[in-house]
Ligand binder design. Structure first.
Ligand SMILES: [Zn+2]
Length: 436
C-alpha cells in the first residue's frame, strides 16, 4: 500500500483508520466537499464544532468533533487546536507571475500621477524593465525572491501557486525561470508550485523593431522553447491581445503546445475583444483568464467547452479600470476561478483575501461564490480538483486556520490578514503574528 493511502482498520471498513494529525476546536469547518459530508450544511458544506483528521499529509476524516473518537484512532496523533476559529481550504492561486527581478513602485506612482503609458515606455519602464532586470538577475537571486514571495502567499492562506515564466523572453532566461520554479516546488516549506510557460507574454525588446522580428520570436517559441520545456511546465499560456500576440499567433503556439503535451491557458480579452476567449473555447483551454471584454457569444462558447473563467480583480484595482462583471460570467453558467495575477506591473498583491473582497464588492459575486472560486475554482483552473481545493477524505491536507470564528468575516473585514496559520500537506508552515 502506498504510504499516503488511508490505512483501513481491520474488521471495521467504515473507519478511516489511524490519524497522525488531528485539528480540533474548529468553530466552522468550510469543507466545500463535493460529496455528502457528515454534518455539512449550506453551499460551502460548513460543519460547525468540527474536527479534521489526516495521515501522511492527506485528509482521512472531517466531521462533528463529537464523532472524532468513534471515527478515527488518534492516540498517537499530533493535535492542533484551532482555538474556536474557522478553518477553510487553502487558497489555490491559479494565475501569478511571481518569478521576476526589479522594482516598479515608482512607475506605479507615476502612472497614477497621470504620466502616459507612452512616456513611461520612453523612460524604459513597463514590462521591458522587468525583462531587463530578470535577464540580468542571478538564478540564486530569482530563487530567493521567489521563495520570499511564496512565503508571503502562504502567510495569507495560499497553499498552491501557479507561476508563469514570461519575463525572460529568450531560451536561457525562460529556462532559468522554470528551473527556479522546479527548485521552489521541491521545498516542503513552501506552497505547491504549478509552472506555466508564458514565453508569448510580449515580443522581446531585441526583436520589436526589426523586420520580421515578431515572426522570428513566434518561431523560436514554437520550434525551440516549447519542445525544450515540455514536461518542465504543466501549462502553456499566451497573452492574446492587440499589444501582444494575435489570434493566429496564439493558435499556432497553443496547437504546438498541445501536440507536446502541455495543458492550455490564455490571457484573454483583458484590454479589448482580442479573440482570445473564442480561441480558448476552440482549443479546449483549461482556463481563460481576465475576460473583461468577453461577449455573450464568447461566454456561451467557453461554457460549452468547459473552460474555467478566471477572474483577476487585482488588475482592475491596480490599473483603476472598470471591473468586469463576475455575476454575468456566473450567470452564463461558467465555472469561475479567482486569482491574484500577482505581478510587478498590474497586480502586486499575494493576498487572496483582498481578491475575495474585490470580487464581492466590485464584481457582483456572493461570498460563497468568491470563496469557492478562490479554492475549488482555482483547483479546476489548474486541473487539480482531485488533489486540492476542498477539505474531504483523500485530498491534500492543505488549509488555512483563520484568526476569527466565522469565515463570513472574509470580504467584510477587509484589508487585514485573517489567516492565523497555514498548513500544507499536514504540516504547519506559516504562522502569523496577527494571532489573537
Ligand atoms: Zn497574468
Amino acid at each position: 500500500m502506498p504510504a499516503d493511502e488511508p490505512e483501513p482498520v481491520q474488521g471495521d471498513s467504515a473507519r478511516p483508520g489511524r490519524a497522525d494529525l488531528v485539528i480540533d476546536n474548529i468553530s466552522r469547518l468550510v469543507t466545500l466537499a463535493r460529496g455528502a459530508a457528515a454534518g455539512a450544511e449550506g453551499p460551502l458544506g460548513v460543519i460547525t464544532h468540527a474536527a479534521l483528521a489526516a495521515r501522511a499529509g492527506r485528509i482521512i476524516w472531517c466531521g462533528p468533533a463529537a464523532d472524532l473518537s468513534a471515527a478515527v484512532s488518534a492516540e498517537s496523533a499530533r493535535h492542533m487546536d484551532a482555538g474556536g476559529h474557522a478553518v477553510i481550504p487553502g487558497f489555490v492561486d491559479s494565475h501569478t507571475h511571481f518569478v521576476f527581478a526589479g522594482d516598479r513602485a515608482e512607475e506605479f506612482q507615476l502612472r497614477h500621477a497621470g504620466v502616459s503609458y507612452e512616456e513611461l515606455a520612453r523612460q524604459g519602464r513597463g514590462i521591458l524593465s522587468t525583462v531587463r532586470a530578470t535577464r540580468a538577475a542571478a538564478p540564486e537571486a530569482l530563487r530567493a525572491s521567489g521563495a520570499a514571495r511564496l512565503r508571503s502567499f502562504a502567510a495569507h492562506g495560499t497553499t498552491t501557486v501557479e507561476g508563469k515564466t514570461g519575463y525572460g523572453l529568450d531560451h536561457a532566461s525562460e529556462s532559468t525561470c522554470l528551473d527556479v520554479m522546479a527548485d521552489l516546488a521541491n521545498d516542503p516549506d513552501l506552497p505547491a508550485v504549478v509552472p506555466t510557460f508564458l514565453g508569448a507574454h510580449t515580443v522581446p525588446p531585441e526583436l520589436r523593431d526589426t523586420p520580421g522580428g515578431r515572426a522570428k520570436y513566434v518561431d523560436r517559441v514554437c520550434d525551440e522553447m516549447l519542445p525544450a520545456f515540455a514536461g518542465r511546465a504543466r501549462f502553456c499560456d499566451v497573452f492574446c491581445e492587440r499589444t501582444a500576440f494575435t489570434v493566429d499567433e496564439t493558435r499556432r503556439i497553443l496547437e504546438r503546445a498541445t501536440d507536446l503535451g502541455y495543458l492550455l491557458k490564455i490571457h484573454a480579452n483583458q484590454l479589448s475583444a482580442s479573440g482570445g476567449a473564442a480561441i480558448a473555447a476552440e482549443l479546449g483551454a483549461v482556463s481563460a483568464d481576465h475576460l473583461d471584454f468577453a461577449s455573450d457569444t464568447d461566454l456561451v462558447a467557453l461554457e460549452a467547452a468547459g473552460v474555467v473563467a478566471t477572474l483577476l480583480p487585482g488588475c482592475s484595482f491596480a490599473l483603476s479600470t472598470p471591473y468586469p462583471s463576475g455575476r454575468r460570467i456566473v450567470d452564463a453558467g461558467l465555472r469561475i476561478g479567482l486569482a491574484t495575477d500577482f505581478n510587478p506591473g498590474t497586480s502586486y498583491s499575494e493576498n487572496m483575501q483582498i481578491m475575495i473582497a474585490l470580487a464581492v464588492s466590485a464584481m457582483g459575486l456572493t461570498l460563497d461564490e468568491a470563496l469557492r472560486a478562490a479554492t475549488l475554482g482555482g483547483a479546476a483552473a489548474l486541473r487539480l480538483e482531485e488533489e486540492v481545493g476542498s477539505l474531504e477524505p483523500g485530498k491534500r491536507c492543505d488549509l488555512a486556520m483563520l484568526s476569527v470564528p466565522d469565515e463570513r468575516e472574509l470580504a467584510y473585514h477587509f484589508g487585514v490578514n485573517l489567516v492565523d496559520r497555514t498548513v500544507f500537506r499536514g504540516r504547519e508552515v506559516a504562522a502569523n503574528s496577527t494571532s489573537r
